[in-house]
Design a protein around this ligand. Sequence first.
Ligand code: THU
Length: 158
Amino acid sequence: MKKEKFSFEYTRFANKAALDPAFKTVVESADAIALNAYAPYSNFKVGAAVELENGEIYSSSNQENAAYPVGSCAERGLLAYVNANFPNIKIAKLAVSTPNINYPLPPCGMCRQYILEMEKKQNQNINIVLSGNEGEVILLDAAADLLPLYFDEEFLQD
Ligand code: THU
């Protein structure tokens, strides 16, 4: 039996100060909005920010609910807004950040699928920066790197 292997390359920075300056603004925006996250149940605050190809920045945070599954992650709330309002403007960068941990925040599985849909729709990679409060920062070239063996829209065609 032959085993197959997935691999991808990403960039690791020692901390936010060492980050490629092109990503500074979008990460700062995610950091700032995370502080106002509505997360009274988990107390886990997440911020997400996008930089569009025209340079505009939009951001949002996780929004929880007493009926737990009703709550939404920062990434999906943000991307739904951006895709609703600017469906024809490409997303160049996405930053996801939390003040709660000193580790680059890995997006949940549902958000990976959502981010990937946006990437495929615009037919252009989204650079993704993952960060925590302090410590290492991870820069991914594309959403596709986060989700091998993804559920693809082509499966729904007849
Ligand atoms: N959360 C996000 O907003 N994004 C992620 O990628 C991971 C998890 C939120 C959802 C929930 O409000 C809290 O973090 C704890 O899971």
